[in-house]
Every structure is written in structure tokens, then in C-alpha cells.
Design a protein around this ligand. Structure first.
Ligand SMILES: Cc1cc2nc3c(=O)[nH]c(=O)nc-3n(C[C@H](O)[C@H](O)[C@H](O)COP(=O)(O)OP(=O)(O)OC[C@H]3O[C@@H](n4cnc5c(N)ncnc54)[C@H](O)[C@@H]3O)c2cc1C
Length: 404
């Protein structure tokens, strides 16, 4: 449903139009019909993931030489919006994988790229990324997981928290302390590509020392697993330091922050997608439900809500695409990515809540899709940095750019 006219930011190339129409149709036919079932059962949508592999959706941004589509962040954001319009858990299955492939493409050695990118492009192996621990999320410098060089490997000990795709992934991009005396602490952190057996809770053999506890039970964002990861004397080969030891040792914090910037555009696109769906459901329901002798859409109070909702969706989309286009053009986009993430995630929550209100009592019923959206939307306020953290980023970057 196109709500507004095309602008230079929302304009699509023929290729972008073809791929987003394809994903839109895939979502209508394959995702929306099964989302409520998997949400209620909290079950992983294996069939949908297999189809996503066939469509090449795990390799959208991976270069063609490694078997991917080689598309840019803007096109990726358009795809993520469409997937999230269907169910944000589906975009969550791709999201950490996208961040992992970005890290490899930007910082990986040639050997690391050749080793993993082709199998990541097909979705044969999927990636998770792990910063958070039980004692920290926003304050990444407080990480306590520790890696020590021991023979030809690094021995990792520590507990990680909230790892999306923590069970089914085959690779975890993990930030750990390698120099505990570094000051400030971020100068002593390294990103390790830790390998694991997809689906195994107790890893053994070459991956011994990595345990995946039962998945965390959540209010929404069902289907895709969020887990802890426990590393106990897990041995990570030295060649799995992202970028190699010469380039990558103690550079992990900056690498992860760089990846979070594109991750923020990605979460913003998810906000646009869920808001768009909330708007669609409200437009439909408000023309079906009658009160006081007319459709509720004919009450001005409801029209005002719809007007605010559509305006927020459009503003969120513009901010998201602007941040993505700047990044693709090689320009600075830290401020814009923060603004897009802040605005679009808040818009996602607000538009979904207004749609929920428009549904009256039925919005509270599990028979109606909006109930799922209402539980799913708040995640976007938290992942890839809370709204408070976005405001801190935006404020800092603003003052950097406008220093007197
Ligand atoms: C479903 C789900 C999936 C996730 N997936 C992943 C994943 O795949 N990988 C991963 O590494 N992490 C993941 N996370 C973790 C997520 O990134 C963190 O939850 C998030 O960064 C917030 O950290 P926290 O929960 O520790 O909150 P805290 O950092 O403890 O913050 C608590 C509150 O204090 C506020 N606050 C903190 N510091 C400041 C400050 N300086 N000024 C003002 N306010 C402040 C916060 O905004 C928040 O409101 C996931 C989380 C969820 C819920």
C-alpha cells in the first residue's frame, strides 16, 4: 500500500522495485499467513527460512564474487522494511547475519572472507553477534568476557546475554577483553569469530567449551531465539581474530561500533515496516467497524489518528533511507543513523499503539494481528542501543559537527 507520493529518497531503481515487490509478495503469501501460529507457539519458522535461502535473502549485501547479490544498504533497508511488515522475527533472523557479514566484508582478511562469506551468502551458515552480557548492554566498555592467548589459540571465558540466533547460528562475532589493563578499556577489546555447531546446546570436539542455555522467554519477538552463551575455556584459533591478529587485535570495539551504525539503519527499517503494517491494519479496521451509525473512519478523531500515523510512517521511512543513502555514498552517516533509529523505533511503537487503540477491545484479542505487533514493537526501542543511547549519540555528533 503506497501511502505517499515518491520522493528522491523513496524513489527506487528498477532493480530495487523488482526485489522489494518480490519480497512484498513473499511476505503476503508466505509470512503473514504463518506468523500468528509461530508467534503463539514460539516456534522457529523453518519453512520460511528455507524459502528465504532460496530467494538469496541471506546474501543481499554480500558481493557477487562470494555468491551474494552485492546490493547496497539502501536496497537492504527496503527489503528489511518489507520483511518487518510481515513479522519482525523474520527480519531478526537476517539482522545479526547481516551484521556479521558486514564485519567480515569490511574488516576480515581475504582468507576469512573466502572461508565464510560463500556459505553465509546461501544461508548455509548463519551468524550471530554478541556484545551484551548479564551485567551490561548500553555500556559496552564494561565487558568482562576475557580472551587469553594460549599456544596457537585464544582461550575465551565469559557469559554473554541476549544473543539473537544464539542457538541456530554457526558463527558468533564476539567481543572480548584481550588487554584488561588497557585505558580506556575499549583499547583492549578484540572481535573473535567463534565457531559452533548450529542447533547444539552443548558444543563438543573442536568447539568444546561453548554452552547455549535454554532460550530466554520473551513478551514478543517470538520464533527467533534469544539465548545466553557460556564460554568456558573455549579455544578460538588465532586465525579467527577478525582482521587477523596483526590488524585486528585490540581493535574490536571500533569494529563493533562501526557495525552497529549500519545495524541502526537496519533497526530503523524494521521500525518503518512494523509501523507500516500497523497503519495498514488500522486503515482496514477503521473502515469495517461501525459505531454511532457510521464507520469509525468517519469520526474525525479516528481520521486524526490515521493522519498522524501515516505522517510518522513516512517521516521514519525518509530518515531511514536518507541514512542508508549517505552510507552507500561513502559519506558520514553516524548522526543520521542515530536519528533514523531513534525516530523510526519510537514511530513503530506509537503507530502500533494507535492502531491497537483503533481496534478497540479486539486489539486485545489474540485473534487479531495487531496484538502481536503490540508485543513486538517495543523490542526496537532497545536493540542496537536504546532511545536514550541514540540521543546521546545524536547529541555528541551534533556538537562535533557544529563546534564553535
Ligand atoms: C530481544 C533482544 C534481542 C537482543 N539481541 C542482542 C544481540 O543479538 N546481541 C547483543 O549483543 N545484544 C542483544 N540485545 C541486548 C540489547 O542490545 C541491550 O538490551 C540494550 O543495548 C540495552 O542494554 P541493557 O538491557 O543492559 O540496558 P542498560 O544498559 O542496563 O540500560 C537500562 C536503562 O538505562 C538507560 N541508560 C543506560 N545508560 C544510560 C545513560 N548513560 N544515560 C541515560 N540512560 C541510560 C537505558 O536507555 C535503559 O533505559 C538484545 C536485547 C533484546 C531484548
Amino acid at each position: 500500500m503506497a501511502v505517499a507520493t515518491t520522493t528522491p529518497y523513496t524513489e527506487k531503481t528498477d532493480e530495487q522495485r523488482a526485489i522489494t515487490e518480490m519480497v512484498h509478495q513473499f511476505v503476503d503469501e508466505q509470512v503473514l499467513p504463518i506468523a500468528e501460529h509461530h508467534d503463539h507457539e514460539d516456534s522457529f519458522p523453518d519453512d520460511v527460512v528455507e524459502q528465504m535461502k532460496e530467494l538469496g535473502l541471506f546474501g543481499v549485501t554480500i558481493p557477487e564474487e562470494y555468491g551474494g547479490m552485492g546490493l547496497d544498504l539502501t536496497t537492504y533497508s527496503m527489503i528489511v522494511e518489507e520483511l518487518s511488515r510481515g513479522w519482525i522475527s523474520i527480519s531478526g533472523i537476517v539482522n545479526t547475519h547481516f551484521i556479521g557479514s558486514y564485519l567480515l566484508m569490511k574488516f576480515g582478511t581475504d582468507e576469512q572472507k573466502e572461508r565464510w562469506l560463500p556459505r553465509m551468502a546461501t544461508g548455509e551458515i548463519r551468524a550471530a553477534f554478541s556484545l551484551s552480557e548479564p551485567g551490561l548492554g548500553s555500556d559496552v566498555q564494561a565487558i568482562s568476557s576475557r580472551a587469553k592467548r594460549d599456544g596457537d589459540a585464544w582461550t575465551i571465558n565469559g557469559q554473554k546475554m541476549w544473543v539473537t540466533n544464539g542457538l541456530r547460528s554457526g558463527l558468533v562475532f564476539l567481543l572480548a577483553k584481550t588487554d584488561p589493563d588497557a585505558s580506556p578499556p575499549y583499547k583492549g577489546m578484540t572481535c573473535f569469530i567463534t565457531e559452533k555447531e548450529p542447533g547444539a546446546s552443548e558444543n563438543s570436539g573442536e568447539y568444546a567449551g561453548l554452552t547455549v542455555p535454554p532460550q530466554i522467554k520473551k513478551m514478543g519477538y517470538k520464533g527467533v531465539e534469544s539465548t545466553e552463551l557460556v564460554y568456558e575455556d573455549y579455544r578460538c584459533p588465532a586465525e579467527n581474530v577478525l582482521g587477523g591478529e596483526d590488524e585486528g587485535l585490540n581493535k574490536g570495539f571500533g569494529q563493533m561500533m562501526d557495525a552497529l551504525e549500519v545495524g541502526r539503519v537496519n533497526v530503523a527499517a524494521r521500525g518503518v515496516g512494523i509501523a507500516q503494517r500497523g497503519l495498514e491494519l488500522a486503515l482496514r479496521y477503521s473502515q469495517e467497524r461501525k459505531t454511532f451509525g457510521k464507520q469509525i473512519a468517519d469520526h474525525q478523531a479516528i481520521q486524526f489518528k490515521l493522519a498522524d500515523m501515516a505522517t510518522k510512517v513516512e517521516a521514519a521511512r525518509l530518515l531511514t533511507l536518507k541514512a542508508a543513502r549517505l552510507k552507500d555514498a561513502g559519506e558520514r552517516s553516524d548522526l543520521e543513523a542515530g536519528m533514523a533509529k531513534l525516530y523510526a523505533s519510537e514511530a513503530g511503537k506509537e503507530v502500533v499503539e494507535d492502531s491497537f487503540r483503533i481496534h478497540g477491545g479486539y486489539g486485545y484479542s489474540k485473534e487479531y494481528e495487531i496484538e502481536r505487533l503490540y508485543r513486538d514493537a517495543p523490542l526496537l526501542l532497545i536493540g542496537e542501543g536504546t532511545s536514550e543511547i541514540q540521543r546521546m549519540v545524536i547529541g555528541k555528533k551534533l556538537l562535533q559537527r557544529h563546534k564553535i
